[in-house]
Design a protein around this ligand. Structure first.
Ligand SMILES: NC(=O)c1ccc[n+]([C@@H]2O[C@H](COP(=O)([O-])OP(=O)(O)OC[C@H]3O[C@@H](n4cnc5c(N)ncnc54)[C@H](O)[C@@H]3O)[C@@H](O)[C@H]2O)c1
Length: 319
């Protein structure tokens, strides 16, 4: 039997990632309903999608007509029951807080049509943590996307012990149809492949900043020189991920692993960014200011001019 195409998609949570998943899916021809608990979340999402439209035209060669067609395939609602009434696939992208996700799945279970598959976009949590709450464990798995979905196009697919093979086949087909390279994860592991690499790197960079050992521009300069050709370093990546999600990840795993440094890093992010409305690229400011962060400036990786000597020596003195 041919694997069915999942054409009607509902995305729960219209934040950084939910908005990107919805936009990319609509751009690739899926009918998408974007659900959020808050009208404000939907409003932010619409604004973000205006930016995505520009990026798709400038970087991906999308035409006005393609953008209009994508827009026409998108709906927005705060009514969960209505949002999933016709869904073949629901992708959950609500905050990285286990209790919030569990509550959303329990509410969702009452509204889902029988055939609907459910996937979590969680960055670090396991599908087996939530499988029972969905009321349909065999139709549930992880489908994890990366931020800047149009350029960093991976879709990590991870089962839990009772996910059905048919679910994985349909989700894999969907992943390919929306232009992602599927990354099958062979067993459950928090963080999958991508965040097993990314979270320790972000935590290490944040530790250097929190403890006053280095500054974002020098951390990113080091990384970008060591990985010539890459477009940003760890602090730039943190801005892309967004301070809210980083805070949630550092708080959750800091508590879980009794990691004092990680908890200190979470506090630093809250006090220096979140409390000031600086949530990263999404709000125009985080470690850098956007749309022209200094790490993109010409000469960022160049050997400095000799006029910089005193300034650099003062930094090395800890002044
Ligand atoms: N930001 C990233 O780089 C990234 C990358 C991959 C995966 N993820 C994962 O995607 C999920 C969402 O992360 P994000 O960065 O988009 O978060 P975000 O904070 O940008 O957005 C979360 C959205 O969920 C909404 N929301 C809150 N409670 C809700 C509820 N009960 N029901 C419905 N909507 C609710 C909020 O209004 C907000 O619009 C998390 O699991 C995160 O780990 C994030």
């Amino acid at each position: 039997m041919q694997t069915p195409s999942l054409d009607n998609v509902t995305v729960l949570g219209a934040g950084v990632l939910g908005g990107q998943i919805a936009w990319q899916s609509a751009f690739k021809g899926k009918n998408v309903v974007m659900y959020d608990l808050h009208e404000e979340g939907l409003a932010h999402c619409r604004t973000a999608q205006l930016r995505y439209a520009d990026i798709y035209m400038q970087d991906l060669g999308a035409t006005e007509a393609m953008i209009e067609q994508a827009r026409a395939r998108l709906e927005f609602t705060t009514d969960m029951a209505a949002s999933v009434a016709a869904a073949d696939l629901v992708i959950e992208a609500v905050p990285e807080v286990p209790d919030v996700k569990t509550a959303v799945y329990r509410e969702l279970a009452a509204y889902l049509p029988d055939h609907t598959l459910v996937a979590t976009n969680s960055s670090t949590l396991l599908p087996s943590q939530f499988a029972e709450a969905t009321g349909r464990p065999e139709k549930y798995c992880t489908l994890h996307f990366a931020n800047l979905i149009w350029a960093l196009n991976v879709g990590e697919i991870m089962a839990h012990p009772t996910t059905a093979e048919a679910t994985l086949q349909a989700v894999t087909r969907f992943t390919i149809e929306i232009g992602m390279v599927p990354i099958p994860v062979q067993k459950e592991q928090n963080g999958y492949v991508l965040n097993t690499l990314l979270v320790p790197m972000a935590n290490a960079a944040q530790t250097l900043v929190t403890n006053g050992v280095s500054t974002p521009d020098y951390i990113d300069r080091t990384y970008m020189i060591m990985n010539r050709g890459c477009t940003m370093g760890p602090c730039g990546i943190m801005d892309v991920v967004g301070m809210t999600t980083l805070y949630n990840i550092f708080s959750h795993w800091g508590e879980d692993k009794k990691d004092e440094q990680m908890l200190k890093n979470a506090r630093y992010i809250k006090e220096n960014f979140i409390d000031h409305g600086k949530l990263g690229v999404h709000t125009g400011e985080g470690y850098y200011t956007y749309p022209h962060p200094s790490y993109q400036a010409e000469g960022f990786l160049d050997v400095p001019d000799l006029t910089e000597v005193d300034h650099i020596a003062r930094i090395a003195l800890g002044a």
